[in-house]
Design a protein around this ligand. Structure first.
Ligand SMILES: Cc1cc2nc3c(=O)[nH]c(=O)nc-3n(C[C@H](O)[C@H](O)[C@H](O)COP(=O)(O)OP(=O)(O)OC[C@H]3O[C@@H](n4cnc5c(N)ncnc54)[C@H](O)[C@@H]3O)c2cc1C
Length: 479
């Protein structure tokens, strides 16, 4: 998908030089070959153009960029690790937008185990932030398959979810404070680590999930937690999403908040992983239609997580829910199980085109969503291959459909909107959301007016107009 151009004038050479001088020539990327990686995203759905990518090294430089952009009405597109899945980080194809990469802001300013808080700059890669927490014997629970590349600023700007939402919430629940460069170039220092602060509007929540349209996040104060003393990981084969849902209820009754992940995968997804992901092997001796990866974490004792997993196995087996299962005995075995789950988003690409949905419904409605959605879409494209997977515990399913093996890829992807419309209609009927965790970006922008309350949309537009009156921050995204 090429992105529609905005009607801005081309940037003059003099203005490009002024932007470059803020960061210095070494950090002003101008060569087309060097710019190229910033103009495409993982799924290759969006391609943009820009005359320059700026790589500021401090919040002050970001502020100077915003000031100049505001003065000259130049649109700027913040970019972190470029792992976003809705095209929010890619400029349009007018060639008039400036990309601002935050990756050089990569310092962890502090880790405070006593306050259970860390302050990380926007460009810190999530896996590095997790490692810094671990080095202080603390847990930063945010975890997603892209954690080796995505950055804290991007995580906050997208309100990323991931595999630990069940126990710890979305990124929004993990942010204590923010430092944000506003469209005017002012810097809002809201890097507080207070657990309670009722002094008026909670401004940080405006920027969390705003996808670069309201401000540029330069640092975040994040909540940390005690590191679990033990973690139990298991993979369970079962007959249906209904059985998986029943297992979720029973597992929660037994483990309570210690149940930290509950991920659903279909057999077809596992087959894709086994065919295309190096180092993966069939986790269970027999094939099953559905699989659940569950994880239990205990802060109390070394053996507790294992005992809880065991209790869940016994209980669910007695209830006839489990066909087969394996409990990781070692850290390596647990990693091998997660390797399968984390490999799932990428392996579909080896099977041709995929039409994707990141949707949520009330947890109890997930089986109905999968059944109705698969049936509806199969009626449209008979040999289509549904590959639903994801965070069953949060009611969030990545409801992806891979093309029939014999079908032309372009012809298949040409049905994207039609398939989306069918799935989103069911999601709407079930009281769900068309974007559970990836955001709106460019991909879902045109859908928003249909699924969002008019009053809510109007309020969003007013907030945007107040914080970014000249519309320089990531135009054409979200709204
Ligand atoms: C394999 C894979 C698995 C994934 N799994 C999950 C998952 O489980 N859960 C989930 O929620 N997401 C998931 N994602 C999506 C993606 O990783 C997240 O959205 C992530 O938070 C994006 O971070 P990023 O640094 O790559 O941001 P980018 O892709 O660079 O940017 C994303 C958006 O944030 C804006 N932005 C970036 N940095 C800033 C900043 N400092 N200030 C203001 N705006 C900014 C951009 O303009 C853009 O709109 C996955 C992606 C991949 C490729």
């Amino acid at each position: 998908m090429d992105t529609p151009p905005t009607p801005s004038a081309p940037l003059s050479a003099a203005l490009i030089d002024r932007f470059a001088s803020i960061v210095g020539t070494a950090y002003a990327v101008r060569e087309p070959n060097d710019i190229a990686p910033y103009l495409v995203e993982r799924r290759d759905l969006f391609h943009g153009r820009t005359p320059i990518v700026l790589r500021p090294g401090s919040a002050d430089e970001v502020a100077a960029i915003a000031r100049l952009a505001n003065e000259t009405r130049t649109p700027i597109v913040p970019q972190g690790g470029n792992t976003g899945l809705v095209g929010g980080q890619v400029p349009d194809n007018s060639g008039t937008e400036v990309v601002v990469s935050l990756s050089r802001l990569d310092k962890i300013r502090s880790v405070d185990p006593e306050a259970d808080a860390m302050i990380a700059e926007a460009g810190v890669v999530l896996a590095d932030a997790q490692a810094a927490a671990e080095a202080a014997d603390r847990l930063l629970p945010l975890s997603l398959a892209a954690e080796g590349s995505c950055e804290i600023g991007g995580n906050v700007a997208t309100n990323a979810g991931g595999t630990a939402v069940l126990a710890y919430g979305n990124t929004r629940d993990l942010v204590l404070g923010l430092e944000v460069v506003l469209a005017s170039g002012e810097v809002w220092n809201g890097l507080r680590t207070l657990r309670k602060d009722n002094t008026g509007y909670d401004l940080k929540n405006l920027f969390i999930g705003s996808e670069g349209t309201l401000g540029i996040i330069t640092a975040a104060a994040l909540k940390l937690f005690p590191r679990p003393r033990s973690v139990g990981t298991a993979l369970i084969g079962l007959a249906s999403p209904e059985a998986a849902l029943a297992l979720l209820h029973r597992a929660r009754a037994i483990a309570g908040h210690a149940l930290t992940s509950f991920e659903l995968m279909s057999r077809l997804g596992i087959d894709f992983v086994l065919s295309h992901l190096p180092g993966s092997r069939d986790p269970l001796a027999t094939r099953h239609e559905w699989y659940v990866l569950l994880e239990v974490s205990s802060g109390r004792s070394d053996g507790e997580a294992r005992d809880l997993v065991e209790a869940i196995f016994v209980d669910a087996s007695e209830a006839g829910l489990i066909e087969d299962g394996v409990r990781a005995e070692t850290v390596e075995q647990a990693r091998a199980i997660w390797h399968i789950r984390h490999g799932l988003p990428d392996v579909q690409a080896f099977e041709g085109g995929s039409i994707k949905h990141d949707v949520s419904v009330p947890v109890a409605a997930v089986p109905e969503l999968i059944a109705r959605g698969s049936e509806r879409v199969r009626a449209m494209i008979p040999a289509i291959r549904p590959v639903p997977f994801g965070h069953l515990g949060d009611g969030n399913i990545h409801f992806n459909f891979t093309q029939p093996p014999e079908m032309d890829k372009a012809a298949f992807l040409g049905r994207w909107q039609e398939v989306n419309a069918a799935v989103h209609e069911i999601v709407g009927e079930l009281g769900g959301s068309i974007s559970a965790e990836h955001g709106i970006g460019q991909l879902k922008r045109s859908l928003l007016p249909r699924f969002k309350d008019a009053v809510e949309l109007d309020l969003m537009r007013k907030i945007k107009a107040t914080l970014d009156p000249n519309g320089i921050l990531n135009p054409g995204k979200v709204l």
